[in-house]
Design a protein around this ligand. Sequence first.
Ligand SMILES: *Cc1c(COP(=O)(O)O)cnc(C)c1O
Length: 226
Amino acid sequence: MKSRESEISENLRAVEARIAGALKESHRSREEITLIAVTKFFPRSDLEILYGLGLRNFGENRDQEGSAKAIELPTDISWHFQGQVQSKKIPSIIEWARVIHSLDSIDHAMKFNQRLKEMGQSREFFLQLNLEPDRTDRGGLPADQVEGFLDAAREFSQVKIVGLMSVPPLDKSPAQAFAEVASIAHRLELPSLSLGMSNDFEDAIMAGATHIRVGSSILGSRPTPA
Ligand SMILES: *Cc1c(COP(=O)(O)O)cnc(C)c1O
């Protein structure tokens, strides 16, 4: 039987080959892309393997899980929070997450800012965009509210909004959805784009993604959450 380490290492190599293909086609370079290994629901032993393979960017969706893993793993890991934000979790999320990809409320931005000020720190945030406004269960702001949000968030000095994040809707091709997000980011002069998951990160890279969030292509199918 193949060891878990060789399985993950082969998967990672295959992901890097797919990244390389998309970079070649879009005349971009590897340094422009941050590969975030989405480790939600996977055990610490898998994260240790990823760490051993050189990965330093891990993505988690839940505060409790991310917080527990961050305590147990080496401190040079950058943790990315990409789940739906709940107000009461903000003080905890900010303790372990270095980048928040799923900001979608001005009230949350204010609370993050307050807490960060108390800590004398700042963090990078992606504003999550919802491309199917009829669906609110996955979070994100509709496109027509992004500009107003950015204006209002300007007073939150510790909340550095670096870009947009989005998950493509089912009724649109990922390439089309990513192009839409990229054009909004460009217009608003936001430099970073958190786009692309296991099934569509090539399209995301072609559209200009700077951060791709890849889980199952690296770690296999996810265990059911506890
Ligand atoms: C789970 C998740 C991912 C990773 O998805 P895969 O299809 O396993 O690559 C990326 N982004 C978000 C927001 C997620 O919730």
